[in-house]
Design a protein around this ligand. Structure first.
Ligand code: AMP
Length: 293
């Protein structure tokens, strides 16, 4: 496996690959089974898989965990080599931001970026779209694989690709979870033993909301969201948001329509911010499904 650390190394690697499709998996490293599942999906699309490992300073706000974000390049490379990944692009910050703080061009997807996580993390999604656009331009992949775990990020990237006619197909990958339902995340390791026991309540709460929507036919969105907030608070979370959204616009879903919705949540346990989501098919509802019985 080639470890590419600079733009000249990347370009030299890519030159003979012209005309070969590349499947690209952008990550911030500290790889877990969720990331590796993305790699396995990428391998179905192209023999030439490139994984990037880059902790992008632009997407971290003041007071966030940029400084202490776990960096485990050696172990990450070992895992990727075991999977047969041919190349990893892991540049230093100065390589992608040679002008440092004076970096002057940004990609923004305004509306979607201001909702949900964007409310409490101003500039976060602009940081994500800017680095992803830069990486797309450098690597020129045919496919790029993103996890549904970061559903808002995935939606914003799809919007960017559509709006800018970027020549890449976005593939989305299902959420990989621990046995108790907690979505895998590099940030899970920040949790204390006690918090780790509480953490699955996030997913359980979303499941309980889905059950109320699907089995009990509840359609009072505000009431369901309030129920979830209370469940999470009672377990010890400080809730950022729990919202039942339209899967495309990420705005409040109209539950009178027989259309799929997505429940999105972000909540903190101590200093650790966890996110999760669950898609729900309202058409399967026992009540008001519109189906003849
Ligand atoms: P990150 O390293 O956190 O920036 O994540 C890199 C990619 O891995 C993103 O597309 C994430 O959505 C995806 N990812 C992270 N955790 C998971 C997970 N538990 N299941 C599926 N995809 C994930």
């Amino acid at each position: 496996m080639k470890l590419l650390s600079s733009l000249p190394e990347l370009n030299a690697y890519l030159t003979p690959l012209t005309d070969q499709p590349i499947a690209f998996v952008p990550t911030m490293g500290n790889l877990h089974a969720g990331h590796l599942a993305l790699v396995t999906i990428a391998q179905r699309y192209a023999a030439q898989v490139i994984v990037s490992i880059f902790v992008n300073p632009l997407q971290f706000g003041a007071g966030e965990d940029y400084g202490c974000y776990p960096r485990t390049l050696k172990e990450d490379c070992r895992q990727l080599a075991d999977l047969g990944v041919p190349a990893v692009f892991a540049p230093a910050v100065a390589e992608l931001y040679p002008n440092g703080e004076a970096h002057s061009t940004f990609i923004t997807v305004p509306q979607l970026s201001e909702l949900l996580c964007g409310r409490n993390r101003p500039g976060h999604f602009q940081g994500v779209t800017t680095i992803v656009a830069k990486l797309f331009n450098l690597i020129r992949p045919t496919y790029a694989v993103f996890g549904r775990k970061d559903y808002q990020q995935l939606t914003i990237i799809k919007q960017m690709v559509t709006d800018l006619y970027l020549p890449v197909t976005i593939i989305d990958a299902p959420i990989v979870r621990e046995a108790d339902g907690l979505a895998l995340s590099s940030r899970n390791q920040y949790l204390t033993v006690e918090q780790r026991l509480i953490a699955p309540v996030l997913q359980q709460t979303l499941q309980a909301m889905a059950e109320r929507l699907q089995q009990r036919g509840e359609r009072d969105r505000a009431h369901l969201e309030q129920f979830a907030q209370q469940q999470l608070q009672a377990a010890g979370f400080v809730v950022d948001y729990v919202m039942i959204c339209d899967p495309k616009t990420l705005t409040a879903a109209d539950l009178t329509l027989q259309q799929p919705v997505i429940i999105l949540a972000a909540a903190k346990l101590g200093q650790t911010r966890l996110i999760d989501n669950l898609e729900v098919q309202l058409a399967n509802s026992v009540f008001g499904s519109g189906l003849e019985t």
